[in-house]
Design a protein around this ligand. Structure first.
Ligand SMILES: Nc1ncnc2c1ncn2[C@@H]1O[C@H](COP(=O)(O)OP(=O)(O)OP(=O)(O)O)[C@@H](O)[C@H]1O
Ligand SMILES: [Mg+2]
Length: 439
């Protein structure tokens, strides 16, 4: 993409209303635009990152055996009356009346609707296990939307729902999501820790929140430090195999959010030098809730013994739009964002130090074409800005690599390659650059 033809409305000034670095950087980089409190338009750069995160989530859900669908944002109130949540959900639910005076709502979550879909088609244990997911916008009329897309009112969520005949099978489904989450976040360049979370009236131990550790997180978290260096299951992990040891390996070490934290246990279980208490950003949650919706909504399946039982379920959310901000919180410096390669909006920044100069233009055009052909997405700064301003903008935007082309280097047949994260610079020939980045 040529910068001269693109749309990145950079802000020169630091927006005054921002409290956390990710919000500030997203506005400065022209990634998002607030349209109403907690409601954002996604501008090209932001939208590209959002889609890359979404795609990683999708690939890991598919790998774990989940099946993608798309449910609507608008729902009828009737289903929520069946589950008794219509009144219980309170003012966070955005309620809408259509021209026929029918009550609709903008979905804050989809347990009811997916249960309705399930019960319409699935009658036998032979169709199980089943996990249906979608990646769709949600609306929650949060009391205090803040921190940009971190806590929006409209936000993009991946939500999956598992269906099983009994609790043992439901646990296996839960474990599949647990492992899929570890993999998805790891692929985004994040270190996440699954924390024991409140299961409310359901009880049991099957709920985890996945947290990115960052000072700006909204939750207080307590953990054993070794959880930060645990190996993440590889892509060839067998999702039909026994995943319990992977879950147990982590669960054996203390990790809890303040809601369920037990200081005495923390001190008893974790040696002092391994104790860590910090802030966390919740980027996902997995939850087993049994027959909470299937029983009142009569989503029954016939077991091998011929008896009908309410199906056992869990739900599994990932905050896709929140992740954009969480990744920035975890990866930036004073100059701007440092995108992990798998989620970066472009792979390479190509900086022409002297646009209009025939040699520099020709060298850039050639590199641009070859890098794109080699499978890289390139953001080519072909504008007439000063070099200093170009460097500052590209550092701010934070693409993983910068290729700098100027008349002085070209005389020696060289261009400069800079790694945004390490800051390290190298001089290479154009051919070497193309080889370096060839996929
Ligand atoms: N207002 C929001 N803005 C952006 N992302 C959100 C918001 N609310 C929830 N999410 C994301 O969706 C995921 C699944 O939703 P879930 O119902 O578990 O949220 P939650 O526990 O109510 O979140 P929180 O405690 O942060 O309000 C969360 O883990 C989070 O990453
Ligand atoms: Mg949650």
């Amino acid at each position: 993409m040529r910068l001269s033809r693109y749309f990145i409305p950079l802000l020169k000034e630091t927006p005054s209303e921002t409290q956390i670095v990710s919000h500030r950087l997203m506005l400065r980089c022209g990634m998002i635009r607030q349209e109403a409190a907690g409601i954002y338009a996604w501008l090209p750069l932001g939208y590209k990152v959002l889609r890359r995160i979404e795609q990683i989530v999708r690939e890991e859900m598919d790998r774990a055996g989940a099946v993608e669908i798309l449910m609507p944002t608008l729902q009828q109130s009737d289903l929520w009356k069946e589950s008794n949540r219509y009144d219980a959900y309170g003012p966070e639910m955005l309620r809408i009346t259509d021209r026929h005076e029918r009550e609709l709502l903008y979905g804050p979550t989809n347990e009811e609707m997916v249960t309705e879909i399930f019960r319409a088609y699935v009658k036998s244990y032979k169709s199980l296990p089943l996990n249906l997911y979608h990646i769709q916008w949600k609306f929650r009329d949060e009391v205090r939307p803040r921190f940009g897309v971190m806590r929006g009112r409209e936000f993009l969520m991946k939500d999956a729902y598992s269906f099983d005949l009994d609790t043992a099978a439901a646990r296996r489904s839960y474990n599949r999501m647990y492992v899929a989450y570890l993999r998805a976040f790891d692929r985004m360049g994040l270190v996440t820790v699954p924390m024991r979370a409140d299961t409310g009236p359901i009880g049991g131990d099957l709920s985890h929140e996945f947290h990115v550790l960052a000072e700006t997180g909204e939750s207080q978290v307590f953990l054993h430090k070794d959880l930060l260096s645990m190996p993440v299951p590889a892509a060839d992990i067998d999702f039909d195999g026994d995943l319990e040891p992977i879950v147990q390996q982590r669960s054996a070490l203390y990790a809890a959010t303040s809601d369920v934290h037990d200081q005495a246990r923390f001190e008893a279980e974790v040696p002092e030098d391994k104790r860590m208490s910090t802030r966390g950003i919740e980027v996902g949650q997995i939850f087993y809730f049994g027959t909470k919706y299937s029983a009142p909504m009569k989503a029954l399946v016939t077991g091998p013994d011929g008896k009908d039982v309410p199906v056992e379920s869990g739900s599994y959310g990932i905050g896709v739009s929140r992740l954009v901000a969480a990744i920035i919180e975890a990866s930036h410096d004073d100059a701007g964002i440092i995108w992990p390669e798998p989620v970066a909006p472009f792979d390479v920044a190509l900086i022409n130090l002297k646009s209009g100069d025939a040699k520099a233009d020709a060298a850039c055009n050639d590199l641009y074409a070859k890098l794109e052909k080699a499978g890289r997405e390139v953001l080519y700064d072909d504008t007439a800005e000063r070099p200093g301003a170009k460097f500052a903008s590209m550092d701010l935007i934070g693409l993983p690599w910068q290729v700098v082309v100027g008349p002085r280097g070209l005389e020696k047949g060289l261009v400069e390659v800079k790694n945004r994260k390490a800051g390290a610079k190298e001089e290479l020939s154009a051919d070497e650059v193309v080889n370096r980045f060839a996929r």
